[in-house]
Design a protein around this ligand. Sequence first.
Ligand SMILES: Cc1cc2nc3c(=O)[nH]c(=O)nc-3n(C[C@H](O)[C@H](O)[C@H](O)COP(=O)(O)OP(=O)(O)OC[C@H]3O[C@@H](n4cnc5c(N)ncnc54)[C@H](O)[C@@H]3O)c2cc1C
Length: 217
Amino acid sequence: MTTGRMQIRRKPTRGSYELADALAVLCEGLFGHLAFIQDDHPYCIPMVHGMVDETLYLHGSAASRACRIAGSGAPLCFTVTLADGVVVAKSMVNSSLNYRSCVVMGAGRPVTDPDEITVAYHAVVDSLIPGRSGDVRAPTDRELKKTAFLAMTLDEFSVKARHGGPVEEAEDVGLPHWSGVVPARIVFGAAEPAMDGQGPVPPYLDPYVRPDGGNRS
Ligand SMILES: Cc1cc2nc3c(=O)[nH]c(=O)nc-3n(C[C@H](O)[C@H](O)[C@H](O)COP(=O)(O)OP(=O)(O)OC[C@H]3O[C@@H](n4cnc5c(N)ncnc54)[C@H](O)[C@@H]3O)c2cc1C
């Protein structure tokens, strides 16, 4: 759903309010930024997230300010951005980035039901390390007490993407400056063991692969 405050005004043709487009960005993104206001001041804090259908889960220390405020029903904004390329134009004004980004707004809901906490924890861990939640020690009660979980539903979101080469002014096309695109990708290396004698790297880390939201060109 889109609302007035989610309306992309500049270059609206780059915008989308389709759930599938939002999920593609949110599932591919390794982390996002949670924005909230405290004492009339905006804060924007990086956090990992996990997706289950149309619910976005966040977690953190129950003592952290971001989790306390996010769980209080305060208005939140969570943004995930994927950088796909550096756009090298002939002019300063047209120098840009190729990207896909998703903005989600709404109030955070504290997750307190034990079954939903399990779902949320698995989602966040699997988002960070795809395939890991079935192959890791479960949290203790003490760890769970110290951890806060929050849910945001995708009721209000917007997606924006820029693809392609530089857009030049007509009078700039003949200028001698090089122009083009430098593609950008996150590259994950081979998994490095923390200690000797652990046996082979688990299949889900060999290689480490993230969901691919596609459409980078
Ligand atoms: C990595 C990156 C770098 C950027 N760098 C610049 C820059 O240097 N200068 C610049 O002017 N713009 C930049 N943009 C674009 C910027 O995000 C805004 O789209 C732009 O400022 C125009 O916003 P607006 O005035 O249309 O909307 P605003 O009034 O700012 O926002 C209205 C609503 O539009 C939606 N929206 C706006 N932008 C996005 C977005 N990117 N993704 C999803 N939803 C969005 C939100 O729901 C927001 O509530 C960048 C975008 C990305 C992803």
